[in-house]
Design a protein around this ligand. Structure first.
Ligand SMILES: Nc1ncnc2c1ncn2[C@@H]1O[C@H](COP(=O)(O)OS(=O)(=O)O)[C@@H](OP(=O)(O)O)[C@H]1O
Length: 349
């Protein structure tokens, strides 16, 4: 094509010769952007992370995928293996989650999600989206863009433990879909509070002692319910808020304690609730003596087993017995109410 014809093709009439170059460059940029979007690479999403340090990537069909993923991981020198292979990420479509782990903070939510991800029919966001609490104004399009692609029959999941205590969350989740399955991992509220405190302490070493924060002012008896570490453990109160929007049948309450002592048993209940085949069984777990927690066995073809990261299963500070007893007294009526509401006795004394 001769120069004159290019000129004719790009002749915008009223534009002077000097102003054509920026227009041309803009068109090239727009065209490149369009191509980029069409190849599904312009999702404004944070990439999923895998807190255990294990490889994270798209799941392919069937059981060959973990094997392939780990082979790739091994040969990728620790890099997430599938990130650079766009074809793997383009299967299926992004859907809103059909099931959400809504709580509770420090209950064992990460362990549950990572155990579930072993299942070939579960695909989940690695990071916590915080859509129904902090990011609601970003809109549903943003939320869906965070989701991994799923094929027919696969379940999309996310976990954000703060949803359970967020006043607006039940209404918002319900507005998206009243069919959403809700999973709550609960743990003895006293241990949960100490776990919560341990996490804050790890970030702010100058934090006052647990007992200073747990009791109101200088009182040695009055529990400070304005402290979030205490408030989160009043499960009955938070559940009441959710039950205004969802029937009990939409919930599954997972015992955080049993998730540690009998992960396969608890996973059986979870898979049944989600309508999944019981694929994740005791064969997938081993107890890591050093960590003191169950970990995922190494998948075939990988030389590495998978435990959760260092921030999961941390040692807790020693709390005076009288403080623990007082807290137990405080939680007892709320726990009993919670057992009654859920029809489950979690055995917290
Ligand atoms: N398998 C396995 N490995 C490690 N840790 C396990 C596991 N199962 C349950 N837990 C318990 O999970 C607690 C952290 O809970 P969450 O993942 O819900 O925490 S968070 O809210 O996402 O920060 C974490 O609390 P801490 O022990 O206080 O660290 C663990 O007790």
């Amino acid at each position: 094509m001769g120069c004159s014809r290019w000129r004719a093709a790009l002749n915008f009439g009223h534009l002077k010769a000097q102003s054509r170059l920026p227009v041309f460059l803009t068109m090239i940029l727009l065209f490149t952007y369009l191509c980029y979007c069409l190849s599904s690479r312009c999702d404004a999403l944070p990439r999923p992370v895998f807190s255990s340090g294990a490889p994270e990537g798209g799941r392919l069909l069937g059981s060959a995928v973990p094997l392939l993923r780990h082979r790739l991981a091994d040969s990728a020198g620790g890099m997430r293996p599938l990130d650079n292979i766009s074809i793997f990420n383009n299967f299926g479509s992004k859907k809103f989650p059909q099931a959400i782990i809504i709580g509770v903070k420090k209950g064992g939510t990460r362990a549950l999600l990572e155990f579930l991800r072993v299942h070939p029919d579960v695909r989940a966001v690695g990071t916590e989206p915080h859509f129904f609490d902090r990011c609601y104004d970003k809109g549903l399009g943003w939320y869906r863009s965070l989701m991994p692609r799923t094929l027919e029959g696969q379940i999309t999941m996310e976990k954000t433990p703060s949803y359970f205590i967020t006043k607006e969350a039940p209404r918002r989740v319900h507005a998206l879909s009243r069919h959403t399955k809700l999973i709550v991992v609960v743990r003895d509220p006293v241990t949960r509070a100490i776990s919560d405190y341990t996490q804050t302490l790890s970030k702010s070493p100058g934090l006052p002692s647990f007992q200073n924060l747990a009791f109101r002012n200088d009182s040695a008896t009055l529990i400070d319910t304005s402290w979030s570490a205490v408030r989160i453990g009043i499960y009955a109160k938070h559940l009441e808020n959710w039950l205004r929007y969802f029937p009990l049948s939409r919930f599954l309450f997972v015992s955080g304690e049993r998730l540690v002592t009998d992960p396969a048993g608890e996973m059986g209940r979870v898979q049944d609730f989600l309508g999944l085949k019981r694929v994740v069984t005791d064969k997938h777990f081993y107890f890591n003596q050093t960590k003191g927690f169950p970990c995922l066995k190494k998948p075939e073809g990988s030389s590495r087993p998978r435990c959760l990261g260092k921030s999961k299963g941390r040692p807790h500070p020693q709390i005076p017995t009288e403080v623990l007893l007082r807290l137990r007294d405080f939680y007892r009526p709320f726990n009993l109410k919670f057992y009654q509401m859920t029809g489950q006795d979690f055995g917290w004394s």
